[in-house]
Every structure is written in C-alpha cells, then in structure tokens.
Design a protein around this ligand. Structure first.
Ligand code: FAD
Length: 493
C-alpha cells in the first residue's frame, strides 16, 4: 500500500490516463467525477435501439493508448480491440465530386490524381514534408512540458528551433496549401485539418500541415464497440489497478495552504492528498475551484477553439454510398470560417460531418436503419441565440443532405437528440463549450496554453484538452503522460 495519495478532478480521457500512470508510480489514486459515468466528452447515448458515440469519432495514434496497458503490465486484448480503417473518409463536394480518402498512400494519390488536378508526386511530396514537420517538432511540442527549462536543453529542441523557419510558422495553413495545389477542392481537403484542433485554416499557421501525416502515416482506426469502448477500457484498467472512482461527486474547491495544494472539497467534506490533478477545464478550475488564488490572466484570456452542434438521428434507411466517416463540404470554406471565428455565428452553408458507427457495429441501430451522428463546426458559446441557430442549421443541413443524397432525409428521422455548445459546457465544464480548449489560431498558441503544473501552487497539476499539449484524444493521453513524469520528478527530487 502506498503512502502517497493523488486526487484527480474529472474522469475525462486525460484524467483516466493520469490515474493509470500514477497508480503505476505507487500512488493511491482517487478520482472525483461530477457525472454518473466516466469519459467526459468521450461518452455515449442509448435511445430506442440506437447507440451513438457522443463526441469524438476519429481514433488516431492508438500507440498512446497501447502504452497505458503496456506500462500496467496488462494485455490490451483483454480490454480493447481495434482495427485499421481502409477508407479514412468519404468526401462530397457541392459540385458533385466524390473523393474517397484511402489509407494506403499510393491508392490515395492515385485516387487524388483521378479526381483532382494534381499529379501523384505532388501528393507524396506534401506528405513527406508533413512527416518532416511532425518528426522535428513532436518531441518538443507534444511530448514534453514547454514550460520547464530542461526541455530547452535537449538536442531535439535545439534542432527544432534552428529549423523553425522551415516549419511554415509565418504562413497561414490555407496560403501554404494554396501555393502548393492549384485545384481548390484539394486545397479545401488539406485546409480541413485545421479543424482537428478547432482552428481556422485561414488563421492557423502552416505548421498545422503536419496533421495529415498523423492520419495518413499512422492510420485511422475503429474501436470494436465504438469510440466509447476507449473510455470503458481505460476505466476498467484503472479499476483493476485499484483506482477509486467517486461518481456524482463534484469538486467545489481546491484547498491551498501556504502556496501548496493540500485537499479538495467535495459535498462539504475535505479530502486530503499529496497531489491534486485537475482534469477540469483550466478556466473554471481557476474561476470556480481557486477563486482566491492569482490566475494566469493572459492564458485564460486566449480565444477558445470552435465548438460543435450535433444532431444524433436514428435514420430509417440504409445508405450503401456512405461509410463510417463522411464529409459534405461547404461551397465557400472561407466564409464558413469567417462566420465561426470572426462573426461568432454559423453560416447557412456549413460543412456537414456524418459518422455512422452502424456500418461497423450492426447492433448500434435497429435492422434496416442507421445511427447518424451529424455535426457542424460552430463558434464557442458567447451568448448567441442557439435556439435560432439550431433551428436554422437543422433546416440547412437537411436541405443540403436531401439534395446531395437525393432523398428527403427529414422523413427518415425516427429519433433525435441534440448537443450544442451550452450542453457541452453543462455536461463537461468545458468553458464556452469549446471542443479543444483554446484555439491554435496564433503561432504562439502552443506556448500560451496553460502548463501541466501550477507555477504558484505546489503539488497542483493539470491535464486534459484545455492545457498543454492541447485537445483531442492523443494529446489528452500525452498530457497524462507529461503530468505523471513531472510528478515523478518532483517527488523524487
Ligand atoms: P473532458 O472530456 O473535457 O472531461 C472532463 C471531465 O471532468 C468531465 O467528465 C467532467 O464532468 C469532469 N469535471 C469537470 N469539473 C469537475 C469537477 N469540479 N468535479 C468533478 N468532475 C469534474 N477528439 C479526437 O481525438 N477525435 C475526434 O474526432 C474528436 N471529435 C470531437 C467531437 C466532439 C463533438 C467533441 C465534444 C469532442 C471531440 N474531440 C475529438 C475532442 C475530445 O473529445 C477531447 O479533446 C477529449 O475527450 C477531452 O478530454 P479531457 O481529458 O480534456 O476531459
């Protein structure tokens, strides 16, 4: 039995990863979670014979998940199975073009050559440069704390800093793509990777052109049982490692004594620990749990990433032309992003994402039906009239899909659930309902994200999508790794 105790606030994916790692470092770990279930944004809905994954639909970099089982000396196959997808995504353009992005790079380039004005060698060159950027920067920007001097004394960091100009930091992602490809449809395809961290391709720096590499080189995967099985597997692993979970237990305060975090307050009770890790969004962590402590104002003021409006539809028909992941592009991408990030509104022609897990998991919908997760990117909540936006967007989405799929979709909707920025915030405490914490619409964004530790309060750490290295499942898993390494160092020094 360990004599050191850690308390984790929240059981999002990063909270679960941190719990597993600290348990391996011989801490006794307790997790307090407001909801009655683990997973935060990585949750699921069951309704009238349909099952939906609520949040993430794209599973990349499974090695970060594998690592958690390996360090715990457990066989992942007892918890979790996943397979590589041959078709990454189906793309539908308003001009009638359909493009199937294949996992195999040669087949991808062949298909691109058929559908767009491009030679396959240009595609290979793009991915090569994307790989170089990732290889050069991933250790610095993703795997270490950016806020510790030791990070800057490593050879990897020095190499990255010397070559910083070649990384496309001073160019916007769209300009970078537009200079390389002459076919606007292909530019739109590569621009869309900005949405992987909730940013705009017209503002985010060209270095984001490394994101396609992750999808193309490492692949995209589908977990057996759907995305929620990621949460289930990590939760079960944590339970097997003796992590104690308290559901429906909201933390109201972090107790700080002599600049040291010593306890949390839950339901009026003080729960002491040697280490406190907040997996709660960093903005409400300061505002609600640490109201009397000095907050890092500049960090908390960073603009938020985009949010999402999602319709979960039970559809009484099967669509053989659709795959697990499908994207119906807007005609005018620039306008769509101007609406989201400048006007803080939603254009009438949004890009529509449709994910259908029933393609792989027949039990996710009744026979002859499909479970549609229909999402558009929207701004984070700044008090917009969401009732009006939802009503208008629902009509626009239905008109667009009915036209492209040549069938009246509204007549096929059997059941409906809706998630919007307000409900995302109320269900997960993400400030303004942002999906990925602060946006990356700034070349210094990585440095402006909150560190994984508090500079003023000892024994207080942070993990999850709102802090370094950022949002999305792989990065959240890495934040758990960075936090556990910092704690190991702090407690051994
Ligand atoms: P969160 O999921 O934010 O969970 C935080 C948890 O802490 C919650 O359970 C909350 O209840 C709990 N909590 C908060 N405050 C307290 C408190 N005071 N006391 C107790 N408990 C508390 N990522 C991808 O990789 N691929 C995708 O395709 C993708 N698509 C997405 C689509 C949508 C619609 C959404 C919503 C997100 C998507 N993401 C995607 C992003 C991804 O889901 C998140 O980055 C990630 O799940 C965030 O995990 P987290 O660890 O930050 O915790």
């Amino acid at each position: 039995m360990s004599n050191k105790k850690a308390i984790i606030i929240g059981s999002g994916i990063a909270g679960l990863a941190s719990a597993i790692r600290l348990s391996g470092q011989n801490f006794s770990v307790e997790v307090y979670e407001t909801n009655s279930y683990p997973g935060g944004k990585l949750a699921e809905i069951h309704k009238e014979g349909y099952r939906f994954d609520c949040g993430p639909s794209l599973f990349t970099m499974p090695q970060f998940l594998e690592e958690l089982f390996a360090i715990s000396k457990k066989s992942i196959s007892n918890y979790f199975e996943y397979s590589k997808k041959e078709i990454v995504c189906n793309y539908f353009y308003e001009d009638g073009t359909r493009f199937t992005a294949l996992a195999d790079i040669k087949k991808f380039a062949e298909e691109a050559e058929k559908k767009f004005e491009v030679e396959r060698d240009q595609i290979f060159k793009y991915f090569k440069s994307s790989k170089q950027k990732y290889d050069l920067t991933s250790t610095l920007f993703l795997e270490k704390s950016l806020h510790k001097l030791s990070t800057y004394l490593s050879l990897d960091t020095i190499k990255a800093i010397i070559r910083i100009n070649s990384l496309g930091i001073d160019k916007k992602l769209h300009s970078y793509n537009d200079e390389i490809f002459k076919d606007a449809r292909l530019v739109q395809f590569f621009d869309r990777f900005a949405t992987y961290n909730g940013s705009s391709p017209y503002v985010t720096p060209g270095i984001m052109s490394m994101i396609p590499h992750l999808e193309q080189y490492y692949g995209t995967f589908f977990p057996k049982g759907g995305m929620y099985s990621i949460t289930k597997a990590l939760y079960q692993l944590a339970v097997d490692l003796d992590v104690k979970f308290h559901f429906e237990s909201e933390v109201d305060q972090i107790v700080v004594t002599n600049k040291k975090a010593t306890a949390v307050v839950v339901d009026g009770f003080i729960r002491e620990a040697d280490v406190i890790i907040s997996n709660m969004d960093v903005v409400p962590t300061y505002r609600k749990l640490l109201p009397n402590e000095q907050a890092p104002k500049k960090t908390l003021k960073q603009p938020r990433s985009s949010s999402a409006l999602i319709f979960y539809w039970g559809i009484k028909k099967e669509f053989p032309e659709l795959d697990l992941h499908n994207i119906f592009f807007s005609k005018d991408y620039k306008k769509e992003f101007e609406y989201i990030f400048e006007k803080k509104e939603v254009s009438n022609d949004p890009t529509v994402y449709i994910n259908i897990t029933a393609k792989n998991e027949p039990n996710d919908s009744p026979e002859g039906s499909e479970n549609w997760f229909v999402m558009i990117n929207v701004p984070s909540n700044e008090g917009q009239d969401w009732k009006e936006i939802i009503q208008r967007s629902r009509k626009n989405i239905l008109d667009k899909l009915s036209k492209l799929l040549k069938v009246n979709i509204e007549e096929l909707i059997e059941i409906e659930e809706i998630l919007d920025p307000i409900s995302i915030e109320s269900k997960t405490q993400s400030y303004q309902g942002a999906l990925y914490g602060s946006s990356s619409n700034n070349k210094y964004a990585a440095f402006l994200r909150h560190p994984n530790f508090s500079k003023n309060i000892k024994n207080l750490y942070f993990c999850g999508g709102s802090v370094h290295p950022g949002g999305g499942i792989p990065l959240c898993l890495l934040s758990g790794k960075i936090v556990s390494e910092l704690i190991e160092k702090d407690f051994n020094d």
